[in-house]
Design a protein around this ligand. Sequence first.
Ligand SMILES: [Fe+2]
Length: 141
Amino acid sequence: MASPKITALAEAHARLNKDLDELKKMSEAGAVEDRGEWLKKLRHLHKDLRQHFHFEEEDGYMADVQRLEPNRERIIHELAAEHQDLDQALLGMIESLEQNRATIAQTHAALHHWFQAMDRHEHKETGLIQEVFQRDYEAED
Ligand SMILES: [Fe+2]
């Protein structure tokens, strides 16, 4: 059985994943040429992404992992740095599109790389969270 902490994090992930799925579909369809539509979706994703990262950093798992397993400090720093990078990369895409410095095709390509980086980040993070909290939860039983 999953701990309540894992459940709460899974719910937060689900909200963000909904945004990501919408954008992936739009991106795969390849037919959307409307700059305004792209900007709307990217800004929405950026807002939810910031909330999600904030939740993970302030109320979520990072402080708990540090408390439970202080020796995992390096991976926590890496994950926090990745939050910063992912945030800035997405913001860069939005600004480039706003200022006509990027075409939709360029944004599309940048977003493809961004999705891959985000997937790698989530995978690494989920692995750490499950490992640490499940161990803690089992220890409490
Ligand atoms: Fe994260």
